[in-house]
Each structure stands twice: as structure tokens, then as C-alpha cells.
Design a protein around this ligand. Structure first.
Ligand SMILES: Cc1cc2nc3c(=O)[nH]c(=O)nc-3n(C[C@H](O)[C@H](O)[C@H](O)COP(=O)(O)O)c2cc1C
Length: 356
């Protein structure tokens, strides 16, 4: 039996479900080509928008990896899987025309490899975003991402980037882009919300072809030695620990919107097994972004290999497992009673002597 590793997501077919997600390693052609050569289904380039100050924001960026004691550890491929990445970042430093020309050229190269290079816009102001989306389509890009959930909205200058937390805002923004272009639009939403499924629903109702969930969280880390905040500001934080949160949102969104709304998982995936976990929670494809900045492109190649090996070993097509675990999700009250189970999980001296 030939195993089909392809998945269909948001208007296109990907040769496999692994996507290289946007960050600084995908600014230049060299990085984008290196990502394509790992065999991923698609590469999302570092985002752009019209706001000069958000390019300036990149020049104020900081990045670090933190261990479980919140101590900084070296930024390289020996970093343990358990690190938290804390940073502040900005837009692509490339001027829009140059950025677009590069993306178009690389998307043509990607097509020959049965892959995609996806242009990504981050919402600054809506009118220029619509104009840029039109230019992206006219230039020949086949798919675009529209990120309305960058974590830094509250921390940078007003108007640089948007952290959209209202369904009304999502409707307005996504409808405007939808009516401007006919290529598939994948909308990336914030994870800093208790309403992730509602935000996704609003995006789909307004014409999104897929929803990518979910954007990173904000954190603030004081140092007991200096008594100052790490890097002076709040920071975007992410790491392996976000995976169950992403999977929860994927499963809840699938439950709320049904299995026909294509979801893309992001935030916390580093390996092939992580990609599979997000697929089982309901993702049709999964993006791996920040860990590649320090672990390097071989980590992406390993993820593609692991995912392919899994389906070949099990004799199953990739699309077959999407949402399989999510569909087994139950509420607490549907679970059988295990009388007194909790007693096994507290210190013995927390229980009355008669029970200890
Ligand atoms: C340094 C850095 C730069 C990023 N730049 C972008 C970007 O340009 N566009 C975007 O949509 N997301 C950007 N992101 C968010 C990632 O694409 C991704 O959503 C997030 O890091 C969570 O996924 P991960 O756990 O695989 O890193 C960036 C993240 C980091 C850490």
C-alpha cells in the first residue's frame, strides 16, 4: 500500500503536514532555501507590514533561552528541549518590494519541489494591509498568512502590530483582506484569550481558508540578583510547555466549529511527535518556528522524517489521523467515578490518622 503523506489545508494540498513557521531564520533567501531543502510542505517567510517603526522594533530585539531555574543557557543546538524562549522581535528588515520579490522568486523554486513559500503580513493598520495583500496576490504568491495575533500589541508603539482579541475586530480585518484577494488566506490568531475558538469562528465566517492557532504569550521575568526585569520589558515567551495548550485550543475549536474547518497548529511543536500530537488534536498541518532558530535546519528535517516514518510504519495516510484524539475528548462528568482516588496524591500527613 502506498502511504499518502499529503494533507489538504486551507485551499491547497501540502505534500506533508510539516510547515516551517515564520521567525528570523526565514528573513533571507538562504534561510528560506535551507528550510525548503528539509522537505517541509511549506515555508512561511518572516512577516512584513507597512509600519517603519515595526522594522525599528526588530533593531531593538533580544533573544534568550531559559532553563527550569530561569537561568539563561547557550543559544545553540545543545539546548535542552525543555527551554523557554523569551524574546522581543519586530518585522522583516527588508523593504516590502524587495521582500515580496524574494518571496515570489522562492515560491517558484518551491513549486518545483512540490512545496510552497507563503508570504505573511502582520496587521499594523488595515488599509495598508489590504493594499499589500493585493500586491502579494498580483505578484503571484499562491498562499498568504495574515497574522492578527502578534503578542506585542500592548507593549510596543500604538499601531505597530495588532493583538486582536475581539471577534468584531477579526471580522472587520479578515473580511477586508478576503474581499481584496482570491488566493487562500490563512489567519493566525492570538492565544492570549479564553476565546480562541470564537476568534477562529469569526475568522472562518469572514472568509479565512484556514486558522493558525495560536500566537505566543507575554511574560515578564525579574532577576533576584539585579532586581531588574530581564531585557527591561515584557517578552514573548514560548516553549515545549505550550504544546498541550495549543492542543486544547485545537480540540475545542474542532468541537465548536466541526471537522471541516482546517486548523493549523503552532506554538510548542519542536519534533515530529509534536506535529503528530497537534494533528491528533485537530490540526491539518503544523508549523515549527522558533526552535529552528537555535537548533538549526536539521531539526526541521528530522521532524519531517519522523512524521513520514510514523505514517509508513503504521500503514496509515497522514490525513486519517487529523482530530482523532480530539474526537475522543470528553467532559469531566462523563468520566467514571474513582472513589477516593485523590487521596493517593497528597502527603500522608495531609489525611486524618484513620486514613493515613
Ligand atoms: C523570534 C521570533 C520571531 C517571530 N517572527 C514572526 C513573524 O515574523 N511572523 C509571525 O507570524 N510569527 C512570528 N513568530 C511567531 C512564530 O511564528 C510562532 O507562532 C511562535 O514562535 C510559536 O511557535 P513555536 O513554538 O514553533 O516557536 C516569531 C516568533 C519568534 C520567537
Amino acid at each position: 500500500m502506498t502511504i499518502d503523506l499529503s494533507v489538504s489545508v486551507g485551499g491547497i494540498r501540502l505534500k506533508n503536514p510539516v510547515i516551517a513557521g515564520a521567525a528570523e531564520h526565514l528573513i533571507h533567501a538562504e534561510g528560506i532555501r535551507a528550510a525548503l531543502s528539509t522537505g517541509v510542505g511549506a515555508v512561511v517567510v518572516k512577516s512584513n507590514n507597512e509600519v517603519e517603526a515595526s522594522k525599528d522594533q526588530l533593531e531593538r530585539s533580544e533573544y534568550t533561552l531559559l532553563d527550569e531555574h530561569w537561568r539563561q543557557v547557550p543559544w545553540n543546538d545543545a539546548a535542552p528541549r525543555s527551554v523557554t524562549l523569551a524574546c522581543r522581535s519586530g518585522m522583516s528588515p527588508l523593504p516590502f518590494d524587495q521582500w515580496l520579490e524574494q518571496a515570489v522568486r522562492l515560491d517558484r523554486e518551491a513549486k518545483k519541489q512540490d512545496a510552497y513559500v507563503i508570504a505573511s503580513l502582520i496587521l499594523g493598520a488595515l488599509e495598508p494591509a489590504v493594499a499589500m495583500a493585493r500586491q502579494i496576490e498580483q505578484a503571484g504568491i499562491r498562499v498568504m498568512e495574515f497574522n492578527v495575533g502578534v503578542p506585542y500589541g500592548s507593549q510596543t508603539a500604538k499601531g505597530n502590530v495588532a493583538t486582536e482579541l475581539s471577534t468584531e475586530g477579526i471580522r472587520e480585518q479578515v473580511s477586508a483582506i478576503r474581499s481584496a484577494v482570491s488566493i487562500p488566506v490563512w489567519v493566525k490568531t492570538s492565544g492570549q484569550s479564553e476565546r480562541v475558538p470564537a476568534l477562529a469562528g469569526a475568522a472562518f465566517e469572514s472568509g479565512a481558508d484556514a486558522v493558525i492557532m495560536a500566537g505566543r504569550l507575554l511574560g515578564f521575568l525579574p532577576d533576584p540578583e539585579t532586581q531588574k526585569p530581564l531585557f527591561g520589558t515584557s517578552l514573548g515567551v514560548g516553549g515545549f510547555w505550550h504544546l498541550p495548550i495549543t492542543c486544547h485550543w485545537l480540540a475545542m475549536t474542532r468541537k465548536a466549529l466541526g471537522p471541516d474547518r482546517p486548523l493549523i497548529g503552532i506554538n510548542g511543536a519542536q519534533t515530529g511527535s509534536d506535529v503528530l500530537r497537534m494533528m491528533l488534536a485537530g490540526a491539518s498541518a503544523v508549523e515549527i518556528a522558533s526552535s529552528i532558530m537555535y537548533a538549526g535546519f536539521p531539526a526541521l528535517a528530522r521532524a519531517v522524517e519522523e512524521v513520514s516514518g510514523y505514517f509508513i510504519d503504521r500503514g496509515e495516510n497522514a490525513a486519517a489521523i487529523i482530530g482523532r484524539a480530539a474526537d475522543e475528548h470528553r467532559t469531566f462528568m462523563q468520566m467514571p467515578r474513582g472513589d477516593g482516588n485523590w487521596r493517593n496524591y497528597v502527603p500522608a500527613d495531609a489525611l486524618p490518622a484513620s486514613e493515613g
